[in-house]
Write a protein that binds this ligand. Structure first.
Ligand SMILES: O=C(O)[C@H](CS(=O)(=O)O)OP(=O)(O)O
Length: 236
């Protein structure tokens, strides 16, 4: 077993990791990567994640793009889509090119781009991401989007869940995968209760989106693996 899995707990720490030649799995459970997984599962053709709001705004006047923008959990005026997974269902994104900018998730994606492969992970596609990784002969880094540079509970728990799935094929790189795994093992039977007490969930609850949180914690709802190809996410 010569492959490794490591966990970066925040985009502020990602420069400490050597991403070259590796697979980076970006995770932002609440809610960006859960939204992206959902959009693909509901027929989106491609997703263009952008870090800067001004860049996303440029797409508003271009033909053929459906644009989503969120800051601090709230939809930005002038953008047709918000950052709720329920907004990406019922044919809304079928065959569409979707442009997304969010507070944390799209920052983590942008900062992962020197990796060999950048995948989108969420509880909704946990096993599919693990199975895809098993087929590659590469080291893995889970890049937790956190919240405005700080570590968070739910992304760390996803990292632990992915480590659990890969621990027989990948050596644990340093202390963070061990910590994430132990944390996941200790609360996985009470995932919803645990994440509902998180700071991120409490912030989002003020926006009245309790259903979003429960939905984002469903495991293996979809069999999709979004991957960055150039400047956009496509399904592998
Ligand atoms: O909309 C979300 O779920 C969050 C909002 S925030 O983190 O509370 O500002 O953004 P995301 O980029 O999906 O973490």
């Amino acid at each position: 077993m010569s492959k490794t899995i490591d966990v970066c707990l925040s985009p502020q720490l990602i420069d400490l990791y050597d991403l070259e030649g590796k697979i980076v799995v970006v995770v932002d459970i609440l809610r960006a990567t859960s939204v992206m997984t959902t959009a693909f599962a509901h027929g989106a053709r491609e997703i263009i994640p952008v870090e800067k709001l001004e860049v996303a705004r440029e797409y508003l006047s271009k033909d053929g793009y459906l644009c989503a923008a969120e800051r601090g959990g709230e939809q930005i005026e002038g953008f047709p889509l918000d950052n709720s997974p329920f907004s990406y269902m019922d044919g809304v994104v079928q065959d569409r090119s979707v442009v997304i900018t969010t507070t944390n998730g799209t920052v983590a994606i942008e900062r992962s781009m020197v990796a060999d492969e950048v995948l989108i992970g969420s509880f909704l596609n946990l096993s599919s991401v693990a199975e895809y990784i098993q087929l590659q002969n590469k080291d893995v880094i889970v890049h937790c989007a956190g919240w405005k540079g700080k570590t968070n509970m739910e992304d760390t728990l996803f990292a632990g869940a992915l480590v659990e799935k890969l621990k027989m094929s990948h050596e644990l790189g340093c202390d963070t995968p061990h910590m994430a795994l132990k944390y996941w093992e200790s609360v996985k039977d009470n995932l919803t209760e645990t994440v509902e007490s998180s700071a991120h969930a409490r912030r989002l609850n003020r926006l009245n989106i309790k259903e979003d949180i429960a939905y984002c914690l469903r495991i293996d709802e979809y069999q999709v693996v979004p991957k960055m190809i150039g400047d956009r996410l496509l399904l592998v």
